[in-house]
Write a protein of this length. Structure first.
Length: 196
């Protein structure tokens, strides 16, 4: 199973190449408008320009269509009402503090489908899960008076910490729960669609 770090790295590469292609189009346009019409090279016609623009649009849309199938949590979010959770974790947030239902770290088996229910009693907070190297696994906004749910399936062992990812005043910067979750038994890889 692909981790969020691997997907984000691949997307950085793809979008960097795509951004350079778009910048080349802008450079081409800038070069063209600064030249006198009699100095145009014959192959740099408006027809070629708009064909290149059309190709960029098709590639851009194609990237989004193809990455839908490669980013597992997009499909999970769209199908979450049909996916049963193996474990539900209810977390309350109040007065700039995360209140966990159990003693931490909470142990989760690799491949378990976990539903995080996070409720705020006062302010808008963020609920972000991070690896020890400070890269983000996932995050969601926690709005008071709303159901804030996120479905996730872990595929990497380790201990993860929780950090508020939304500005909720000066005290919000200290909203961190070190070693909040421990993921174990990643020898078996299971996806939300079944065995791999």
């Amino acid at each position: 199973m692909t981790t969020s770090a691997e997907v984000l790295f691949a997307l950085k590469v793809v979008y960097t190449i795509y951004a350079f292609a778009i910048m080349s189009l802008i450079g081409w346009f800038a070069h063209r408008v600064t030249k006198k019409p009699e100095t145009y090279k014959t192959w740099l016609t408006p027809k070629v320009f708009y064909t290149y623009l059309g190709i960029l649009v098709v590639v851009g849309v194609g990237i989004h269509i193809l990455t839908y199938n490669k980013i597992p949590w997009v499909a999970w979010e769209l199908k979450k009402h049909k996916i049963p959770a193996d474990k539900e974790i209810n977390i309350k947030v109040k007065d700039h503090e995360f209140i966990f239902p159990d003693e931490i770290p909470i142990t989760i088996k690799c491949g378990e489908v976990v539903k995080f229910n996070v409720v705020s009693d006062d302010l808008t907070y963020g609920f972000g899960l991070f690896r020890p190297d400070h890269s983000m696994v996932f995050q969601m906004q926690v709005v008071p008076g709303h159901d804030n749910q996120l479905l996730w399936q872990f595929h990497e062992e380790g201990t993860f910490y929780v950090l508020s990812t939304e500005y909720s005043g000066p005290k919000g910067a200290r909203m961190k729960v070190p070693e909040a979750f421990r993921i174990i038994d990643c020898n078996k890889q299971v996806s939300m669609e079944g065995e791999k």
